[in-house]
Design a protein around this ligand. Structure first.
Ligand SMILES: *Cc1c(COP(=O)(O)O)cnc(C)c1O
Length: 469
């Protein structure tokens, strides 16, 4: 084909847009036209530069390439994805997923106006924390409690309102860094508290705390080493010892639990994680923890403990800057409510539900996807393999959670590489996040619900029938 013939072969913008009606509907005509114009301009440039062979190739796949480019658009900035990583509290994927009741509570809370700060009984102004305060006390056994944006904010509020300008004793083994710039010494500095390190990295005794107590001691802070463990020759003072000491000197004992379990995770096949109720019973005056880690709720930070301290925090000006939005209040209230009944809680909180799923179930689910793969004669090899998952989110750093995965591999890397397959999974309508290991792409079933597994097979069909693979 000569140049002029090739130029004539470039379809008109409007003709192409006619063929891309579906894309226009999903992504908006403006954005699709932009891609069409750029793609046509690129072909024109190739012809001008005399790259006729390449131009012919581009023309052949023009429409398909435009469709692929459109897939890279995001319909909404935050969209649903299928988490096939096996990491339950994947911070990059939004940590704890919310269940139906939690989601319904959010929808109800934002459907129109709401009684967020209005007491329907007496027709007067109400407090926004009233919606979950009582339940919070019931499920943790605390005198009182409040909630803020996340646990980092919770600790900041605890320290700012209780120990500004005073020394706070913290064990050297507990100067935690949680991913994403959360470091105990930095939060302490921001709060105006003065960090007083006690003990050593591996051993801190109650006597180390006692020796450090002085005129200006404002509190003792115990930090849960969420995302790491110190092993070997170790020693630490537990909350009950600390609270005895605190009582002796009239110093409050504060505990940052990080994850803050409300149930016994040993019953869910995981190790031992300090339970909020137990830490309060051991004598902690204030306990803070995350709402979207092991609790399985929305991003939030929960503070429970003695009323006199909670009151100080509530009245602190920082509270206004850190307070929860109505969507989170709705989701958090529904989450806490689920914990009122220990028997049914695992059916309502997806995190707990996922942990409860049996090996047999997970294997069957992986088999279902693998059978589908083979029945449809998709290229490559698909196997059902044992695979372990993780709690994630800085919880249970050492525990492996057994389960099953679908492992996909390709004999001919030129036809399809693992990397390319993984990439294409990310461009599906509901993107699938998988991981590569041992030259295979793994889809771990621990974090994929039954409904998502069905969706995944439909999507695979799309992926192959669309000629994308
Ligand atoms: C995770 C964690 C935090 C931070 O909680 P966010 O809710 O992520 O802000 C603080 N302290 C500890 C010990 C943690 O594990």
């Amino acid at each position: 084909m000569n140049r002029n013939e090739l130029f004539r072969k470039i379809p008109g913008i409007d003709t192409l847009l006619q063929e891309l009606k579906e894309e226009c509907r999903i992504y908006g005509t403006g954005r699709v036209r932009d891609v069409v114009q750029n793609s046509c301009a690129a072909v024109r440039q190739l012809i001008q530069e005399g790259e006729t062979e390449q131009a012919e190739e581009s023309l052949k796949s023009l429409e398909k390439d435009i469709k692929l480019s459109c897939r890279e658009f995001k319909i909404l900035p935050v969209k649903r994805v299928i988490n096939a990583t096996g990491i339950l509290l994947h911070t990059n994927l939004g940590r704890a997923p919310l269940g139906e009741r939690q989601r319904m509570a959010v929808l109800e809370g934002i459907a129109g106006y709401s009684n967020l700060e209005f007491n329907l009984e007496n027709g007067k102004r109400g407090s926004r924390s009233r919606h979950f305060r009582e339940i919070l006390s019931k499920v943790t056994g605390a005198e009182d409690g409040i909630a803020v944006n996340n646990n980092a904010a919770a600790l900041l509020l605890v320290l700012t309102s209780l120990v500004k300008g005073k020394e706070v004793l913290v064990s050297r083994g507990e100067l935690v860094e949680i991913g994403g710039h959360f470091r105990i010494p930095d939060v302490m500095e921001q709060s105006g508290g003065i960090l007083r390190e006690v003990g050593t990295t591996n051993k801190t005794r109650i006597s180390d705390y006692e020796k450090a107590i002085g005129e200006n001691t404002g509190a003792i802070l115990k930090v849960h080493t969420s995302n790491y463990r110190i092993m070997g020759f170790t020693e630490e003072a537990d909350v009950s010892e600390l609270s005895e000491l605190g009582e002796k000197y009239g110093i409050p004992v504060l505990a940052d639990l990080g994850s803050g379990a409300l149930v016994d995770f040993e019953k869910y096949g995981l190790g031992c994680e300090p339970c909020v109720r137990d830490v309060l019973n051991a004598g902690a005056d204030v306990v803070c923890f995350s709402g979207d880690k092991l609790l399985g709720g929305p991003q939030s930070g929960i503070i429970v403990g003695k009323q006199e301290y909670i009151k100080k925090m509530e009245e602190h000006p920082l509270m206004r800057a850190l307070r929860l939005d109505k969507m989170v209040i709705s989701a958090l209230s529904a989450t806490l409510e689920a914990y009122m009944d220990e028997k049914s809680v695992s059916s309502q909180i997806p995190l707990l539900f996922m942990l409860r799923r049996s090996q047999k179930e997970l294997k069957a689910q992986a088999q279902m996807i693998s059978d589908f793969w083979q029945k449809k004669k998709f290229p490559g090899k698909c196997e059902v393999m044992e695979a372990s998952g993780k709690a994630g989110g800085g919880s249970f750093p050492l525990e492996e959670i057994p389960g099953y995965a679908v492992a996909v591999s390709f004999d001919d890397e030129r036809e399809m590489s693992c990397e390319e397959f993984k990439r294409r999974l990310r461009f599906l309508k509901v993107p699938v996040i998988a991981y590569g290991k041992e030259e295979k792409i793994w889809l771990n079933m621990r974090t994929v619900s039954e409904e998502e597994a069905r969706l995944l097979t439909e999507e695979l069909e799309d992926l192959f029938s669309g000629g994308c693979l």
